[in-house]
Ligand binder design. Structure first.
Ligand code: ATP
Ligand code: MN
Length: 457
């Protein structure tokens, strides 16, 4: 269907005086004796196009003026009577699809919770359309950031047979119902599609390391699956995961890259989504723009886990879960550190080895590993990363300590056998990044069809 984007009609001064055809959905309709006004949106811009109808010259089908109806309008582009940009003086309005009054997106502001119940329609609101434009811009910026710096884009498999990393969090992949005639689990899995127990990947990292130890710098950007039982506002069962992996990199390099990447992504969103951010700043998180501008212009803090715990221990009276050296940091501690103590993003480094994964580089103190989590105000953990253990013997020892099946990790260990190099990487939760940029407080509101416990609409 030949037509012009509303974004172009609105903003291009060259078009003033010319005729244009636009298509879109009716967002508001105002009527008076002589003229009527339709506001249309077609998704191409945050702003809507005002269509002016001279009622003496043009009779309009009432169905074409209903909230949510889709229409095609031909008219003349003129400078807006009020405000910036252009509007359209209608010559012809064609109804494409009518929209009965049961349309659940009505003009009065509804709650995010109500909109979660209509995921197929909620993008027709300003808020959700803006979230998904920001999300798209951020995704493009991720590819641009890595491509410009010589990283290769790798697609890790989504179905995997290694189930240790996500112990308990892994969704099973099977074609075979359980049947009482199987005597053992092994026998059951032998008959299954892959002949072994398989599941959906919780992370592309292990395969990312395979690629990084040949190609140097790589990243993956795809879905990860976690059967998270926790019903929080920051966890989904299916989320998108950005995972760079870098050869010849140690923990300080990983931290430097994570900070640089995050700032690049935020800058891209600020530059490419000014209308959306102004909207979020006004209606969703007051001070959002200032927060984001401050983040791109200041250095992130860095502190060790041990330092963090000694700060937190003084506040133990205020925490639901008191902290001591060795305990995992809960969301309340993470938020306290980044929001109250540092008041900006902070990398916490060198966690006790017992609370982190087997593959992280063991520090010389014998107690901690070269891991880092990046904590940001309002969210808590947004990135988790580490330098990886590159020493065969140390890695094998850590795996034995955890009773891991060594046979299933032969390939992973091989990387330490054949030309092992210091390397590391991190994982950014893409939805958490979108939350951070938009101020949206629930991860279910930044993903098209959120999947979580007991929820797959
Ligand atoms: P958390 O403690 O918040 O559960 P994690 O330690 O399990 O996070 P990692 O395994 O380090 O997280 O994964 C890297 C990043 O992926 C996290 O920093 C977070 O941004 C994101 N992430 C992890 N789990 C989820 C999830 N269930 N839903 C959305 N994003 C997630
Ligand atoms: Mn988790």
């Amino acid at each position: 269907m030949k037509h012009t984007d509303i974004e172009k009609v609105l903003t291009s001064s060259d078009m003033v005086g010319t005729d244009a055809v636009v298509c879109g959905w009716v967002r508001t309709f105002r009527d008076s004796a002589q003229v009527a006004f339709l506001e249309l949106s077609d998704g191409t811009s945050f702003r809507k196009l005002q269509v002016v109808i001279d009622k003496n010259a043009l009779a309009v089908d009432p169905d074409a003026t209903k909230l949510g109806a889709s229409v095609k309008v031909e008219g003349t582009v003129v400078k807006a009577f009020k405000g910036e940009g252009n509007e359209l003086n209608a010559k012809e309005i064609v109804l494409l699809g009518k929209c009965p009054p049961e349309f659940p997106i009505q003009k009065k502001r509804t709650t995010l919770e109500f909109l979660r119940g209509i995921p197929h329609l909620r993008l027709r609101t300003n808020t959700f359309a803006a979230v998904f434009r920001v999300r798209s811009v951020a995704a493009q910026a991720i590819h641009r950031y890595f491509h410009e710096r010589g990283y290769y884009y790798i697609n890790a498999p989504l179905i995997t047979a290694s189930d240790c990393e996500g112990a308990g969090e892994m969704f099973r992949v099977t074609t075979q119902p359980w049947n009482a005639s199987y005597r053992t689990e092994e026998e059951y899995f032998k008959n299954d599609f892959f002949g072994v127990k398989a599941g959906l990947s919780v992370s592309g990292q292990l395969e990312g390391e395979v690629a990084a130890t040949a190609l140097g710098r790589i990243y993956t950007f795809g879905p990860s699956f976690r059967a998270e039982n926790s019903n929080t506002t920051r966890h989904l069962a299916e989320f998108w995961h950005v995972e760079p992996e870098i050869a010849f990199a140690e923990l300080p390099d990983v931290i430097e890259i994570a900070e640089d990447m995050l700032k690049y992504l935020i800058r891209a969103v600020i530059e490419e989504c000014p209308d959306e951010l102004a909207f979020f700043d006004r209606f969703v998180e007051q001070g959002l723009l200032e927060k984001l501008t401050h983040v791109v212009n200041s250095d992130f803090a860095v502190c060790t886990y041990t330092e963090a715990v000694s700060i937190l221990e003084k506040e133990n009276a205020h925490f639901e879960f008191p902290v001591h050296w060795g305990s995992d940091l809960q969301s309340e501690h993470e938020k306290f550190l980044t929001e109250t103590v540092f008041k900006r993003p902070v990398f916490v480094t060198d966690y006790p080895k017992e609370i982190k994964s087997f593959y992280m580089k063991q520090n010389a103190d014998g107690k901690t590993v070269a891991a880092t989590d990046l904590l940001v105000p309002g969210i808590g953990e947004i990135i988790g990363g580490s330098e990886r253990e590159a020493d065969f013997d140390k890695l094998a020892a850590a795996m034995r300590e955890r009773n891991m099946p060594m046979e299933s990790y032969k390939q992973y260990l091989d990387l330490r056998l054949f030309g092992s190099v210091p390397h590391g990487g991190f994982g950014l939760g893409f939805e958490r990044f979108v939350m951070y940029c938009t101020g949206m407080e629930n991860i279910r509101d930044v993903t098209l069809f959120p999947r979580s416990v007991k929820n797959i609409m």
